[in-house]
Design a protein around this ligand. Structure first.
Ligand code: PAF
Length: 281
C-alpha cells in the first residue's frame, strides 16, 4: 500500500489507473478505523480494481465548539488496517493541503440539510459535500462507499452526484454494530464506562419505535414514546432530535404511507451519537 499525502500525486496516480482502464473504488474517512470503516473497505474492494482510502479530518465540516481538535486519531494503526483490507492507496493529506488559504468554492444541497443533523450543525453538510467532491476530483472513482449510519450524509451525497452529473456510483453500506446493538462510531471512544453501558438503549428504543409504527401508531405518538423511553433508559443523555423523515428527501413526515427513516441524535457527555432505522411499512 502506498501512502500519499499530496493531492496532486493522488490525482496523477488515479489518472494513470483510469487511462489503463482500471476501476477505482474510494472510501472517504476521517480515520480512527473501527469495523464499520473496515466493512466499507471490504465492500469497495469487491467492486474495484484499485482501492483508495482517504483519511482526512475535514475542518470545513466542523462547527465552532465541535470536536475538530480532539477528534481521535491513530495513523499507524489505521495504515495497518487499511493495508490489511487491500487498500492500494491511503490518501492522508496534511490539514492545510486540501484547502488553499483563500478557498472560496462550496457545494451545498440545502434542501436536504434543513432537518436532522443539518438543523443542528449549520456548516456541516456544506463541508462534507465540498470535501467529498474534491476527493472525487482527485481519485476519480467509479464507485464510492459510505455508511448508512450517516444516512442524511448519504442522501445528500447521492443528490449531489445526481445533480452535478458526477460519474460515481454511491453505495450505502448497512450500519455495523457492537454485539449489544450500539452503532460503531469513532466518537464512541469519548464515552465513559457508564455512558457506554447505557448507550445500547438507543438501538433498543429505535427498534421499539419501528414496531409501534408498523403496528399503526401515529408518528407524533411514536416520537413521544421514544422520548419517554430515552428519558428513562438514558438519563445522562440529552436528545438533540428524534425525527421520522422521508428517507430520500429528509423532510419530516406526519403520516406513514411508505418507507420512513427514524433518526436520532443523543448527546452523552463528550459524545454526540447518531443512529437510525429504515422502517418499511
Ligand atoms: O463520514 C465521514 O467520515 C465524513 O463525513 C467524510 C464522508 C469522510 C467526509 O469528510
Amino acid at each position: 500500500m502506498n501512502v500519499i499525502t499530496d493531492p496532486k500525486a493522488l490525482q496523477a496516480q488515479c489518472l494513470t489507473w483510469r487511462n489503463e482502464g482500471l476501476r477505482i473504488g474510494l472510501v472517504p474517512t476521517m480515520g480512527y478505523f473501527h469495523d464499520g470503516h473496515l466493512a466499507l473497505m471490504e465492500r469497495a474492494r469487491e467492486l474495484c480494481d484499485k482501492l483508495v482510502v482517504s483519511l482526512f479530518v475535514n475542518p470545513a465540516q466542523f462547527g465552532e465548539n465541535e470536536d475538530l481538535d480532539s477528534y481521535p486519531h491513530d495513523m499507524e494503526g489505521d495504515s495497518a488496517k487499511a493495508e490489511a483490507r487491500g487498500a492500494d492507496v491511503l490518501f492522508a493529506p496534511p490539514a492545510g493541503a486540501m484547502y488553499e488559504p483563500d478557498h472560496a468554492t462550496w457545494i451545498e444541497v440545502p434542501e436536504l440539510g434543513k432537518h436532522l443533523c443539518g438543523a443542528q450543525r449549520p456548516v456541516h453538510f456544506r463541508g462534507v459535500c465540498t470535501v467529498v467532491a474534491k476527493l472525487f476530483m482527485l481519485a476519480q472513482p467509479a464507485v464510492a462507499v459510505f455508511g448508512q449510519k450517516d444516512w442524511q450524509q448519504l442522501a445528500i451525497l447521492k443528490r449531489m452526484v445526481r445533480d452535478l452529473n458526477i460519474p460515481v456510483e454511491i453505495i450505502g453500506h448497512e450500519i455495523v454494530r457492537e454485539a449489544d446493538g450500539l452503532a460503531l462510531s469513532s466518537r464512541n471512544a469519548y464515552l465513559t464506562q457508564e455512558e457506554r453501558a447505557a448507550a445500547p438503549a438507543i438501538r433498543k428504543g429505535l427498534l421499539e419505535l419501528a414496531d409501534r409504527i408498523r403496528a399503526g401508531e401515529d408518528v407524533a405518538a411514536a416520537k413521544r414514546g421514544l422520548a419517554e423511553n430515552f428519558a428513562a433508559s438514558l438519563p445522562m443523555g440529552e436528545v438533540d432530535y428524534i425525527e421520522i423523515v422521508d428517507p430520500e428527501r429528509i423532510v419530516p413526515v406526519e403520516e406513514v404511507d411508505g418507507p420512513v427513516l427514524a433518526a436520532v441524535a443523543i448527546r452523552m457527555g463528550r459524545a454526540r451519537l447518531i443512529d437510525n432505522i429504515l422502517i418499511e411499512v
